[in-house]
Design a protein around this ligand. Structure first.
Ligand SMILES: [Zn+2]
Length: 144
């Protein structure tokens, strides 16, 4: 999965702005491609600062406008102000339900932000996805 350095920096800045709450947003691209073309911030609709909930209305609106461009929401990003870059139990449940990549930026006072990407890797049959834990995807950066 590829993302430009510029987009990655934008996602990490959003995480810092939302601190001590969680940032969240959408990753867009062409379905089936492995390039993230844009990152669209979402208001965090969760009632608590320790979690996130993307804006459902914005999600629907985005899906409509992206479809016209032959694109789609291919992933969700959010931040972990606690510094943990692994998906929480709740993240795992959500991720297992969706055919999306999941980007998590961990913030900590002592390190630069750490961003990791998770998702279902398609098996050889094309249909079976492996258990979640094995599915840390590689983020390849490119300069746009
Ligand atoms: Zn999380």
């Amino acid at each position: 999965m590829q993302i430009s350095q510029h987009l990655l920096e934008r996602i990490e800045s959003h995480a810092a702005e939302a601190f001590p709450g969680e940032s969240c947003g959408f990753l867009t691209g062409r379905a089936g491609d492995d390039i993230i073309l844009d990152a669209i911030p979402s208001p965090n609709r969760a009632g608590s600062k320790q979690e996130f909930l993307i804006d459902a209305a914005l999600h629907l609106k985005l899906q409509r406008t992206l479809r016209e461009k032959g694109q789609a929401v291919i992933g969700i990003y959010h931040s972990h102000p606690s510094g943990d870059s692994l998906p929480s139990e709740k993240d795992r449940i959500s991720l297992n339900d969706q055919n999306l990549v999941w980007m998590i930026t961990a913030l900590s006072e002592s390190h630069p932000p750490q961003t990791r990407l998770f998702g279902h890797l398609r098996g050889k049959s094309g249909s079976k996805s492996r258990p979640f834990d094995e599915n840390l995807l590689q983020i390849a950066r490119f300069v746009a």
